[in-house]
Design a protein around this ligand. Sequence first.
Ligand SMILES: Cc1cc2nc3c(=O)[nH]c(=O)nc-3n(C[C@H](O)[C@H](O)[C@H](O)COP(=O)(O)O)c2cc1C
Length: 200
Amino acid sequence: MKDLEPEEQPHPFLVFTHWFHEYSSKSNSKFTGACVLSTVGEDGLPNARNISIKGLEYPYLIFGSPTSSLKAKEIDANKNVALTFWWEESMRQVRIQGVVSKANDETSNFLFQDRRKEAQVVSLISEQGAELLSWEMLEGRYRIMLEDMKDKEIQRPEHWSGFQIEPFRYEFMEFRKTRLHFRKVFSKKNDGWEMKMIQP
Ligand SMILES: Cc1cc2nc3c(=O)[nH]c(=O)nc-3n(C[C@H](O)[C@H](O)[C@H](O)COP(=O)(O)O)c2cc1C
């Protein structure tokens, strides 16, 4: 709670970074960066899926994804996205709204090299979201490619990129047993941030 004392008015990116690392150190999850990414579909309908935040580089939250994916196409048409984190070990929720763009080559390459070999191979042989006509064929290509690349470094394919989200709104919530949840909202206004507490 100390981070959120009103008189301190910390930058929301700092509060988020602190909460993120605190959860990562407490949690046994292998996916401590997991959160729900919501996009607006080209049909105007909301769409959501889990992703993993892999980097925090002010002012961005960074993840990686194939550029052929549905989410990438949706992002191309509408840059406004939302992220929702639920950190049970900390009993905290964070909601973020922001604008997404592609990360530069350096960041994208770093994210790709940081992935497990299996994940890199899947990125090479699969077109995420395209119709699958034969599971056997896909699995066969996966096995061959994994064997071929066993001792080789895999370069990031052109159809895979880092994406960076620049938030314009953060909501921090501490979940309380009393159900008097503590909620604080930061909204970007010109060059600064306006902060207010909101009711549970
Ligand atoms: C815990 C978890 C983390 C995930 N992280 C990512 C990720 O960082 N990037 C990604 O493209 N997909 C990730 N996925 C898979 C997505 O949820 C989704 O199935 C995939 O990206 C296709 O989504 P789309 O069709 O909306 O593009 C993750 C799934 C789970 C369950």
